[in-house]
Structure formats: C-alpha cells, structure tokens
Design a protein. Structure first.
Ligand SMILES: [Zn+2]
Length: 675
C-alpha cells in the first residue's frame, strides 16, 4: 500500500471536490466565468502544501525553497513543507516535488526523463512536479554542476502560471507580478526536456538568473577549457622532476625538449588559479609517440572518472607545437606553421566553408587518442571522453575510421562539412564563440537575438548535446535580448522568437518597448555589414576594428539609433525601472558611437592631414577618455551597479582595451595616442 501524506488526495479530496464543484456552480450562476484550476494560494491564503520525498534529496529541497520563495513574493504567503509519509495535517492540495511515492503511483518516473527535464501533472486535486534530481558525489550542493529537474519544473511553473521572468542577473532584473492568487490548470499534464545537457562556462555562473533560465551543467562534466595536457601531466608526475630525470615525454621544439611555461601568480590571475589546482607549468607540449603518453592520459581520466565525473574534455595544450622527434614526425605531416597561416583555423564564422582539403590531419594526436579512448571504454563503459576538434585536431583523422561509443566530439567549428566529416562519432557537442570580445565588434553588439536563434536551432538539428560558450555576459545593455533568446531556445528550440523578444522588451523597457524593439532590430542588422568590412578571415590581421565600426555604424545609422533611444527615453521619464535599463543600453551604445567617430575622423585625417580632421579625432578621443572615467566613477555607486548594471565588473575591466585580439583598441592608432 502506498503511503501518501495524510489527508492529501483520499477521503478528504471527495469533500474538497464537492466544495469546489459547488463553488463553480455558484459562480457560474452569478455570471462569473471560473476556469477549473488548482490553487496553491487563493485570496492570499495558502491552499496547498509542498510535499517532499521521504528520502532527503538536496536538489529537491532546493526546488521547494525556490517555489516557496517565489510563491511568497507573488502572493505574500508561504506554503508549508512536509515530507512524504510524515504524520502532519495538510492544507488543501498537495504539491508533490521530485521522486515521491505518490508521484510514482500516478505514473511519474523521473528516471525516464532526459537530463534535467521534468513533468507537470495534476491528478485528483494534487500537483506533481517531478524531474531527475541528482547531486553529483564530487560536487557541492550549490554547484552549477547538478541535475535539478524538479527545480527546472518549478522555474517553468513560476514563468507560465506566476508570470515571473528573470531578464537580468541582478535583483532588479527579475519580474515578479504580485497577486493574491497562484493557480495552475487542473488539466495540467506536460513534459519538458531540454535541448542541451549543459551550457557552460560563463552563462551558468550568474545565480538565480542562470538557474531559472536553464543555464546549467546537468551532467557531471569536467571541462578543461579545451586543454587537458597540463592536468594529465601534473597528475602523472611533477613536470620539473620528470624533465630533469628524462625529458623525452616533452616535445622537441626547435631541436630541444621543452618544459611548459612556469606560472607566475603575481603576473596573471589565471596562473594563480592554476597553481591552486596544483599546476606549476602550463602550455606543456608533449611527445605523443612516447610510451608514457597513453598511460599518462588514461591515468588522469581514470582519476576523474573515479572521482565521479561522467564526461571529461580532452585536448592538447593551446598554441600547439608539434614534436620534432623522428617517431612523431613519421606519424603525419602536420606543420603548425600551416596553423599560423590559418590553414587550420581560417574562419570562426561558420557561414563560410572552413574545411580545408589537403590540410594534413594530426594523426600523431588522433591515433594515440584512439588508444586512450579504447582503454577508458574498457574500464569505464558508461563514462564519456570528449576530445575537442580544434586547432591541430580541427581536421578529422584519416586513419581512425571508427571511434568507440565513449567518444563525444566537441566541434570548435560547426559548418555542415564538419558535421559530415565527424559522422563516425555518435555524439557531438559544440564550442561556440558567439559573443567574445576578441571579435572585431569588441564591446559593441557581437550577435543579436535572431542570429542566436538560428544558431541554436541549427545546432539542435545537428544533434549537438552541449555547449561550451566562450565569451559573453558582459554586454547586457546591447546583448540582453540575445542572451534571453539563447536561454529560452536552448531549453526549447520551438519557442517563437518574436514572442520571446516582445516579452523581453515589454518586461525590461515597458512603455519604451516599441522603439527599443526597432533599436535592437536595426543594430542587429548592422553586425554582418560591419563583419563584411572587417574581413571574414578570423585573426588575419589585428586591424579589423578599423573596418568594423565605421561600416557597422555609419552616421545615418547612428542618427536613427539615437533617434530611437531618445524616443524610448521620452516614453519612460516617470518609470525609474525602465529608465535604468534604458540607461544601460544607452551607455553601451554610446561606447560604440564614440569608437566609430574616433575611427571616422582618424580616417579623414589620414586622407588630407587637415588640422580640422585631427581636431575632430582628438575631440572624439577625449570623449572616449571621459567615457572611461565615467565608468570608473560609477564604482563609487555600488548600489547602482549591483542593481542596474549586470556584469559591470567584466564590462568595466574590458572597456579600457575595448576587448582583446581583434577587438582591442588601446594598441591601435589613434587610441594608443599616435597619429
Ligand atoms: Zn615526439
């Protein structure tokens, strides 16, 4: 016999149903249309009790906490929480969370759901929200790496029936409508399963906003930022001692076996972090024909799998250099000079064909990797190893024709050709670079919402199971709509993009929604135009910004964009909320406007060296300095920043350089003070 919380859905239910039925009849008689609904709160009073599974599960408990926190914010009322089987009196309906016996009794089995998917069901006057809730053994309870299916069910419930929205990752970025009632339809029976198992690493670290919008890692994944050699080497032995005893595990570069760079925590924060992880030397290049290369990697990944990880990323050190020893050289014809010439990595933009026939495949990496994968598959058949198809391994192996089923390919380039070239790998994930400040657009809009939606759908259609998202989250004023569309479509690619956007503009800019919709549509239109001028070759020369800004934002476009911003401002003069979000957008657009004018005037000056052009360029540069000073001054107003400037620290840190690599300004004329 199932044990259900006392008085939840048995004898008392008949009674309650009778009362409800009567109420409906009475209300209908009075001419008030009353939909059939299950109330959690009505007239400001609790009408339901949250019921947790008898066995404690920290992920399900978090779902209860969030549900109660938001129900209270909406209605001012909290629901009481009991554990299944406890002898406590209930109020009204039950909201069964997670894997309960009552849920099982009505046919809910969370184990059948994909990743952190969930199911909602209303049955006999009770609501069930059940998803897979797994705290991974090697992760803290509050880690972004966890399977929180029930919590996702709670967030989606709050969105659908409470009208709650998480537009921005700040306390002011949440929309929580107040009501005396919180109810769900009593016909509810609905299942959701996400398109991706994970979206990492920046979007998943922004608190409630991340969780509520589905930015999380729902598998126990070890990400090594694409590069695992340093970790594997340090796990094997101390690199310096190893090198002193027998340096042959290290690659021959320029005729000599070389150790990786010694870390300097004083100079680089990333070095300090690496030292905390036990790394002393980084960027180690290895001799992959060395007899220890395979066992070293097998040992490291075995350790990760023993710790509890289910998936782990594999990759050679970045800035790859091949080993010049005779044995390695006999394995292929890889030449990283070809890499420097961008034969491996010509194009970050997948619209352009990025497959390079005739470029040699790095068999020295692929062939030993096959051995590593096979040995791991024999030891851990349920665990996955994820090599990154990037830089030397962008081109697939010609020698390895079939991969064991534990291999998941992480594609750094996602053109159709790559999907075809890696058709012999069952599962794929992607490493995407949609919003990085190393792009020519620097700190102006890099990718808008419509392109985001197309990209997400394209990857879903190609069976991509997870996303490593490099860059992004520092530009909410200009990219907020794209981030929001990303969140919604990455969870459910069938969402209507225009509806999602309308909801965003209305929720954030309120009375200024119409001009802001036009503003964002226009600015998004400009990105490909700027990119075309910047040159499509990625990292060809670091001069892209010169081409980008003036082409993306010519005077007539800037005039239209400013016109829309002014119209928007006029619409929200008495609305502090919308005015503050508008101010963020205006500030971030102003930066692009100033940078564009600096380049325009500088070009004029280059043409005729007229004092007037020089003066105009100097004036725009002064505006640029004033902008940066203004940003620095904002640091005094912490309350403003914490509420109305999401990721301000990232933005403020990036603004002086304008970005890096192709997006960097301060190393270019005239931003470097030279004409
Ligand atoms: Zn070698």
């Amino acid at each position: 016999m199932m044990r259900v919380p006392r008085r939840c859905n048995s004898a008392l239910m008949t009674n309650r149903w009778f009362v409800t039925a009567l109420a409906v009849v009475l209300l209908t008689a009075a001419g008030v249309r009353q939909g059939h609904a299950l109330d959690l709160v009505r007239d400001g009073r609790a009408r339901a009790t949250i019921v947790l599974p008898a066995e404690r599960n920290p992920m399900t408990e978090q779902a209860a906490e969030y549900l109660n926190r938001y129900v209270e914010r909406i209605t001012g009322t909290k629901l009481s929480v009991v554990r299944e089987g406890a002898n406590q009196a209930q109020t009204g309906s039950c909201v069964f969370l997670g894997d309960t016996q009552a849920g099982r009794a009505v046919g809910l089995d969370p184990a059948t759901l994909k990743w952190d998917g969930f199911r909602w069901k209303v049955k006999s006057g009770n609501l069930y929200i059940a998803g897979r809730d797994i705290k991974f053994p090697n992760q803290a309870a509050d880690s972004y790496i966890a399977c929180r299916g029930t919590l996702m069910g709670v967030f989606r419930l709050l969105e659908e029936f409470g009208g709650v929205r998480w537009f921005m990752p700040t306390p002011k970025g949440e929309l929580v409508p107040v009501s005396t009632r919180f109810a769900v339809p009593d016909t509810l029976d609905h299942k959701e399963e996400p398109a991706f198992a994970y979206i990492t690493p920046g979007f998943d670290r922004l608190g409630h906003w991340s969780r509520a919008n589905g930015f999380r890692v729902a598998i126990n994944l070890k990400i090594n930022s694409g590069h695992s050699w340093d970790e594997a080497l340090h796990n094997w032995d101390d690199p310096e001692e190893l090198y002193a005893e027998d340096p042959t595990l290290f690659a021959v570069i320029g005729g000599k076996r070389r150790l990786g760079r010694k870390l300097d925590p004083e100079k680089r924060i990333t070095d300090a972090w690496a030292i905390q992880r036990g790394i002393t030397r980084s960027g180690n290049m290895l001799c992959t024909s060395h007899p220890d290369y395979v066992p070293m990697n097998v040992a490291y990944f075995s350790r990760l799998f023993d710790e509890g990880y289910d998936w782990a990323e594999f990759g050679a050190s970045d800035g790859f250099h091949r080993c010049e020893c005779a044995k390695c050289e006999a394995m292929d014809h890889v030449d990283e000079i070809a890499g420097n010439k961008r034969a491996f990595w010509t194009e970050a933009d997948w619209d352009v064909d990025a497959m390079h026939e005739g470029v040699p495949s790095a068999e020295r990496l692929w062939v030993p990797f096959l051995e590593i994968a096979k040995q791991l598959y024999a030891k851990y058949p349920d665990k996955r190893i994820m090599p990154i198809a990037y830089s030397p391994t962008l081109i697939p192996s010609q020698k390895v024709k079939a991969w064991p089923p534990n291999v998941v390919m992480e594609l750094a380039s996602q053109s159709e050709k790559y999907f075809k070239a890696y058709a012999n790998v069952a599962d794929k994930t992607a490493y995407v670079y949609w919003w990085g400040s190393a792009q020519p657009a620097g700190l102006s809009l890099r990718m808008g919402p419509h392109r985001t939606a197309r990209n997400v759908r394209y990857l879903v259609e190609h069976g991509v199971k997870g996303l490593y998202v490099c860059g992004g989250t520092e530009l909410f004023g200009l990219e907020g709509p794209a981030y929001y569309v990303f969140a919604k479509l990455a969870w459910d690619p069938n969402r209507d993009v225009e509806k999602v956007l309308d909801e965003y503009y209305a929720g954030v800019y309120r009375a200024a929604a119409a001009p802001m919709k036009q503003f964002f549509a226009l600015i998004e239109e400009r990105v490909p135009i700027g990119m075309k001028q910047a040159g499509t070759r990625y990292a060809k020369k670091q001069e892209h910004v010169y081409g980008y800004y003036p082409a993306a934002y010519p005077p007539e476009v800037r005039k239209r964009l400013w016109g829309l911003l002014h119209e928007a401002k006029a619409a929200v003069t008495s609305d502090e909320y919308a005015a503050n979000w508008l101010a963020l957008t205006e500030r971030q657009f102003r930066f692009a406007d100033i940078v564009t004018r600096v380049f325009e005037h500088y070009r004029d000056w280059l043409k005729d060296k007229s004092p007037a052009a020089r003066q105009a360029a100097e004036a725009a540069l002064a505006e640029h300095r004033a902008f940066l000073e203004e940003l620095t001054a904002l640091k005094a107003d912490r309350a403003y920043l914490e509420n109305w400037f999401p990721q301000w620290n990232k933005y403020v840190r990036l603004a002086p350089t304008g970005g890096n690599l192709n997006g960097q300004l301060n190393n270019k004329k005239p931003f470097n003070g030279k004409f």
